[in-house]
Design a protein around this ligand. Sequence first.
Ligand SMILES: NC(=O)c1ccc[n+]([C@@H]2O[C@H](COP(=O)([O-])OP(=O)(O)OC[C@H]3O[C@@H](n4cnc5c(N)ncnc54)[C@H](O)[C@@H]3O)[C@@H](O)[C@H]2O)c1
Length: 284
Amino acid sequence: MPEIRSIGVIGLGAMGAGIAQLAIEAGYETVGREVTVELGQAAADRIGHFLTRKVEKGQLEQGHRDAAVHRLMVTGELEALADCDLVIEAIVEELEPKRALFAELDRICRPDAILATNTSALSVTEIAAATTRPERVVGMHFFNPAPLMPLIEVVQAELTSDDAMEVAAAVGARFGKEVVRCHDTPGFIVNRVLIPLLNDCLRVLDEARVTPEALDLALTNGAGWPMGPCALVDLVGIDVHVHAAEALYARSRDPRMAPPARVVSMKDAGLLGRKSGRGFYTYD
Ligand SMILES: NC(=O)c1ccc[n+]([C@@H]2O[C@H](COP(=O)([O-])OP(=O)(O)OC[C@H]3O[C@@H](n4cnc5c(N)ncnc54)[C@H](O)[C@@H]3O)[C@@H](O)[C@H]2O)c1
């Protein structure tokens, strides 16, 4: 199994910045690529700020924080990832931009480098097929927020080698995560179960004529959920949920995957949950 020393992270948005933070905290030399250096620097500043908060809370020593921040280099150039042993992609959830990026990475990165995608709902196999090394392409599906959520699904696409799976799982473990391996089917494990379940919950709002508060109260008290479904969809983002549900519906043709009309309308109206200040609930 090749040793991983340096990690590239592409897209330093909600997920990529969290993944880059995990990588530097785990001791990897890390190159983060955004569309511009300015966006990359803004993400690096956010990561530095999170690590400072960990120091203030007594969860991290100042020296370790400074060393971690030092391990992160941000760039706007894809070529800067040429020497990375593992590249984790976390750009927009659309197939064609991901396939174009993987074709570029295939050209730029060493032949033995492993390329991972953090896609939630797309086919890892289709992304891998844009490269000449599908055996070295793997899914590494993190959960939001990546630094806090303990799970990574490591996904074996049709042609992914066992060796690439081992490497991705070993890196996930060094990030301090629980790693579960699975095959490349729509939604993998968690979203395969959670997306239709949340859709069912949201349909019940209209069917049983209950308020979001009542539905959340029912599921937290009657089913032991740590958080009600409406609060959870608000946290995930109404747009993110609709997008994932539509992508999984397109691949699975399972009607339970299709987003209920009510949340599609909310998305269209800009009611996106916590991030927009209003979803099922209102936030300050
Ligand atoms: N948000 C979630 O809950 C969640 C959870 C698990 C997985 N994911 C997956 O992670 C990926 C990223 O999602 P996100 O929520 O972080 O999105 P985001 O919109 O917050 O971040 C995407 C970032 O990628 C950058 N970007 C776009 N194209 C790029 C390119 N070619 N090179 C470099 N940077 C580029 C954008 O500027 C943006 O900052 C998606 O595939 C998504 O499905 C998201």
